[in-house]
Design a protein around this ligand. Structure first.
Ligand SMILES: *[C@@H]1O[C@H](CO)[C@@H](O)[C@H](O)[C@H]1NC(C)=O
Ligand SMILES: *[C@@H]1O[C@H](CO)[C@@H](O)[C@H](O)[C@H]1NC(C)=O
Ligand SMILES: *[C@@H]1O[C@H](CO)[C@@H](O)[C@H](O)[C@H]1NC(C)=O
Ligand SMILES: *[C@@H]1O[C@H](CO)[C@@H](O)[C@H](O)[C@H]1NC(C)=O
Ligand SMILES: *[C@@H]1O[C@H](CO)[C@@H](O)[C@H](O)[C@H]1NC(C)=O
Ligand SMILES: *[C@@H]1O[C@H](CO)[C@@H](O)[C@H](O)[C@H]1NC(C)=O
Ligand SMILES: [Zn+2]
Length: 930
């Protein structure tokens, strides 16, 4: 694929082994064995880094005249090592400003003759030495040129030194700089996090360098390929601890590493540790109270096994001398894989056995597994540039399931695998405004474009794409594939190019009456225009696993637009079909595509579901539903056919098919919960969910226990949540009873942790001010992060407008709602049908303020736009959205720019869909609920 990986020489060999073994496993998973396809999880919250909505980088290909006006570093200098000293002040100075000071000496080598030194520096005040912003000297008796002029370029974030003569190729030099920066609460670079413990305000200095914030901490060559070794000194007060990537004292330098993986933290946190892995020091750090409450124990328990698993999986020992993981009160992403010092949101690392739910626990396991996977892939082997980020994230998102499965073998992680990540990728990648996974380096330049690369497509559309290592390895793949007896019709390289160099994915149509099979680019909105040409004409090489009446058939490769599917080499499919025979393709979602059939086969599949749904695996049941709903959205099949796939649900007890239905019906709920259709929908869903609600009542002995199965626990949550909102008798009373009981004995919460989110939300939705105020009081007082985030979401469920408006005001007051939580809280409010218009007015009225405070480079910011506009489905709302865009052009939308475009596109599609479907949907639900 012409991908170049920057591998430092001394580790390259180990990684070659990694490449082959990972590929073998992934190929095996994706093509050979059908059981473990699809990626993952319905767990609440997001995966590893933030769930985001996705933007494409606009291709601004221009070549500025001066080298410092370009965003990329010139290729004349490479860093070798840095000595960095940092001194963060955890108390404000006389001007009320929190600052840090520091100095750095970078040793760099000249590889191309130049009289310019260009190095990144952003928002740092540099000390002036005799009129210049740095001191330059030569190493090994080289004489350094004198500096003629030095200046900062704000736009491209560079410090530039113009020299009087040229640097010599092959010589090394030292650049010494002293600087002072603000320890702001902006969650970028070296920043300040505040929290209160026992009524005392505490300040932590911590860091987030990815993607482009190391340069805001000290001047550096801040690109991923510019690896170097770092010797770090942190000055801090007695009574606090300083942490960085390596062990402290006697201060050995780090391994060769990229600047975006550095981390510096000064806090009064405490840790627990173990040495179970061959004397590797493993520590979990957090606030003292959290550690005292044993909230770090679970993370410590799973880290050792997960590291052991990866050492075996990658066939390479853990590359560093220690593994620190730390839970921070203020953190923008879900977690960040800094080498040897991984930072987490508290909810992603801390688990309280008493108050946390099964979902919380699963999240802790999978996020840890994800971040630790990066310690090798991403950190040891690093992408050359951010355009290949998808590979880094795709790979980690894939292996996190293997690591988590190893740590928690009873959870069936590999069964839950993928459907949900895959669904997310399907959803965004079916839009005309999607983008290919791979783009050229030149298309990703400035920091905003780099931030946009961290999007859902990169995170989720990737299990297939992890094949895409470079050419030296595909012969090994070929060997492996031959060994497992699979015929592949082209090289892996050719096959993969079609999946990574063009956007989207196909819908494959099988006509069982003739055996003909064809593919077409799948677009959710059939009228949208794709203006991005593809060198492959939106045709893929599609490996199709399929079964006939329960019997797995030989895999079929669709290599053209159309083909003919056969049961044996010569027997056409249609000759062998009779009576009740059915065909199901893409078994267990082993491929990244959707499937459509002729109506006869659809009705055979539907009757199979109604009579004997267990003849199909849970993943296939879920897939039939998900494909049908999406094909209906794209007007390839009728809406009523899609709805008919849900008729068998009164018999369905499994989580994955139910989750698939609920996610798809969610679109109907969003489109119709402000219309008369909602009454009929509610009546239908009430009828379908009732047996599931009774089922759980029975197996939990009247709600006195929780089910033992991991996914049954999730499905119980769905059953109660839907039953209550659809008005199943007894549900609201049950929930109100639990919540009342808690209000009467506030120090004893009788609600099982798994059910808390649902119970809090329903109790607040069907309760009044008293229930809300109780939740707020609990929210302010809890010391458990997961409990706080549940309460924060639940308070958005109230149907009382003034409570919602007051809550919206709270989101912009950091003493009430933390800055990191502001955008997601506004989104929670917008999810509530009563809260939507209030939230929309709120952000329109304050866009420029919100943008300044939360806009720049923030992950969750683009999802604010997509969250708020989800229900938009009227011409009036479309006009409002367009006006919002126009009115705020001067303010800008930053990383939400593309989200706004997509919101306009989606609203347009929603309007059309509602117009075309409302009448038949109303009719269908009315009849089906009888
Ligand atoms: C970096 O620090 C080490 C240890 O103090 C010292 O030996 C070395 O000379 C320093 N390098 C530079 C370029 O200042
Ligand atoms: C940097 O310098 C500017 C201008 O003198 C000053 O306003 C700002 O406070 C300084 N920043 C820090 C962190 O010292
Ligand atoms: C951690 O492991 C220990 C020893 O196996 C066990 O007793 C403890 O319950 C575990 N803690 C958690 C939170 O899982
Ligand atoms: C693992 O690495 C060792 C040493 O680097 C090598 O000898 C061995 O063949 C590797 N094993 C596999 C399965 O690649
Ligand atoms: C794509 O389609 C065009 C027009 O139909 C055709 O000329 C071209 O050869 C096709 N390219 C590929 C790679 O199939
Ligand atoms: C559950 O409650 C119902 C009615 O209150 C009762 O008839 C039934 O025996 C109870 N079942 C169990 C398992 O406790
Ligand atoms: Zn990651």
């Amino acid at each position: 694929m012409g991908k170049v990986y920057y591998i430092s020489k001394n580790v390259g060999l180990g990684l070659l082994v990694l490449g082959v073994s990972a590929l073998a496993t992934i190929i095996a998973l994706s093509i050979a064995y059908d059981k473990e396809k699809a990626k993952n999880q319905g767990r609440p919250g997001d995966g590893a880094a933030d769930s985001t909505s996705m933007p494409t980088p606009p291709a601004t290909l221009f070549t500025p005249k001066e080298p410092w006006d370009r965003y990329r570093l010139p290729d004349s200098l490479v860093p070798v090592s840095y000595n960095v000293t940092l001194w963060p002040r955890l108390e404000p100075n006389a001007d009320g400003l929190y600052i840090f000071t520091g100095h750095s000496a970078v040793v760099f080598k000249c590889v191309k003759e130049t009289d310019l030194i260009i190095i990144h520096s952003n928002k740092l005040n540099l000390t002036n030495f005799h009129g210049h912003l740095a001191k330059l000297s030569g190493l090994d008796e080289v004489t350094a040129p004198t500096i003629q002029k030095s200046w900062l370029v704000v736009k491209t974030e560079f410090l530039v030194l113009q020299l009087r003569s040229r640097l010599a190729v092959g010589a090394t030099y030292v650049l010494y700089i002293e600087f002072q920066g603000e320890l702001a609460d902006d969650l970028e670079g070296f920043y300040r996090s505040e929290y209160t413990e026992d009524g005392v305000k505490k300040v932590v200095a911590t860091s987030q360098m990815q993607a482009t914030y190391a340069r805001k901490t000290f001047p550096c060559f801040d690109e991923p390929a510019m690896k170097a070794v770092f010797s770090v000194t942190i000055i801090h007060k007695r009574g606090t601890v300083a942490l960085s990537n390596g062990l402290t004292l006697p201060l050995p330098p780090t391994e060769r590493m990229s600047t975006y993986l550095l981390a510096f933290i000064v806090s009064d946190f405490v840790s627990i540790q173990s040495n179970q892995n061959n004397n590797l020091l493993i520590r979990i750090w957090a606030r003292k109270k959290a550690i005292d409450d044993r909230q770090g124990d679970y993370a410590l328990n799973v880290t050792g096994p997960i590291l052991q698993f990866y050492e075996r999986y990658y066939n390479a020992t853990y590359p560093l001398s220690k593994s620190d993981q730390i839970a921070l009160p203020d953190f923008n992403a879900g977690a960040m894989e800094n080498w040897g010092l991984v930072t987490y949101r508290e909810t992603a690392l801390l688990y309280d056995p008493i108050v946390s739910s099964t979902g919380n626990k699963e999240r802790v396991t999978t996020v840890i597994a994800h971040e630790l996977a990066h310690m090798w892939f991403g950190n040891l082997v690093t992408l050359r540039w951010w355009n290949d980020l998808w590979l880094n994230e795709g790979f980690a998102s894939y292996v996190e399931y293997l690591g988590a499965d190893y740590a928690e073998p009873t959870w069936d992680m590999k069964d839950q695998i993928i459907l949900y990540d895959m669904y997310k990728a399907f959803a965004v990648d079916a839009l005309a405004s999607s983008h290919p996974l791979s783009c050229r380096e030149e298309e990703v330049n400035d920091p905003a474009q780099i931030s946009e690369m961290f999007n859902t497509i990169s995170y989720n559309k990737s299990y297939l794409n992890t094949f895409a290592f470079d050419n030296t390895e595909y012969t090994d793949l070929w060997d492996h594939l031959q060994k497992v007896g699979i015929h592949i019709p082209h090289t892996v390289h050719d096959i993969m190019n079609r999946w990574t160099l063009q956007m989207g994915f196909p819908v494959v149509t099988i006509d069982t009456r003739t055996g003909s099979i064809s593919q077409k680019h799948f677009l959710l909105d059939p009228d949208s225009v794709v203006d991005r040409p593809s060198q492959f004409n939106y045709t893929w090489f599609v490996p199709i696993k399929w079964m006939k009446t329960g019997v797995e058939q030989q895999q079929y490769w669709l290599l053209q637009k159309t083909g003919t599917i056969r049961v044996t080499l010569t027997t056409p499919l249609f000759l062998t079909l009779s009576g009740q025979d059915w065909v199901l393709a893409n078994t267990n979602v082993s491929g990244y595509f959707r499937v459509n059939y002729d109506l006869e086969n659809w009705s055979r599949l539907l009757s199979l579901l109604n009579t004997n749904h267990k003849a199909l695996s849970v993943i296939n049941r879920a897939q039939i539903i998900d494909d049908a709903f999406n094909l209906a959205r794209a007007k390839i099949i009728s809406t009523t056919l899609a709805l008919t796939t849900t008729k068998y649900l009164s018999k369905e007890k499994d989580y994955i098919p139910w989750e698939s239905v609920l996610r798809n019906l969610n679109y109907y709920i969003l489109m119709f919960d402000r219309t008369e259709v909602y009454g009929a929908l509610q009546a239908y869903l009430k009828k379908q969910i009732q047996p599931l609600f009774e089922h759980f009542r029975t197996i939990t002995a009247n709600w006195t226990r929780v089910p033992s199965g991991h996914t049954d626990q999730y499905n119980q949550i769905n059953a109660i949540g839907i039953a209550c909102s659809m008005g199943v008798r007894g549900c609201r009373e049950l929930i109100r009873g639990w919540y009342r009981q808690w209000m009467e004995t506030p120090n004893h919460n009788p609600i099982h942790p798994n059910l808390k989110s649902t119970v809090y939300c329903s109790a607040i939705a069907f309760g009044g001010t008293e229930e809300w105020d109780f939740a707020w009081m609990k929210f302010k007082n809890t010391t458990v992060a997961s409990e706080a985030s549940r309460l924060r979401a639940a308070m958005a469920c109230t149907k009382t407008p003034w409570l919602l408006n007051r809550y919206l005001e709270y989101t912009l007051d950091p003493t009430k709602i933390r800055k990191q939580d502001a955008t997601s809280t506004i989104q929670y409010i917008a999810q509530n049908v009563v809260g939507l218009p209030l939230a929309w007015n709120f952000i329109r009225a304050r866009w420029s303020y919100i943008f300044q405070q939360y806009g720049k480079g923030s992950f969750s910011f683009s999802s604010l736009i997509s969250g708020i506009t989800k229900r938009f489905s009227t011409e009036f709302e479309l006009q409002e959205l367009k006006k919002f865009k126009e009115d705020n052009l001067h303010v800008g939308f930053g990383s939400a720019t593309l989200a706004l475009e997509q919101a306009i596109e989606k609203t347009t599609a929603n309007i059309k869909w509602v117009t075309e479907n409302k009448a038949q949907v109303l009719k269908w639900f009315t009849e089906a609920s009888k």
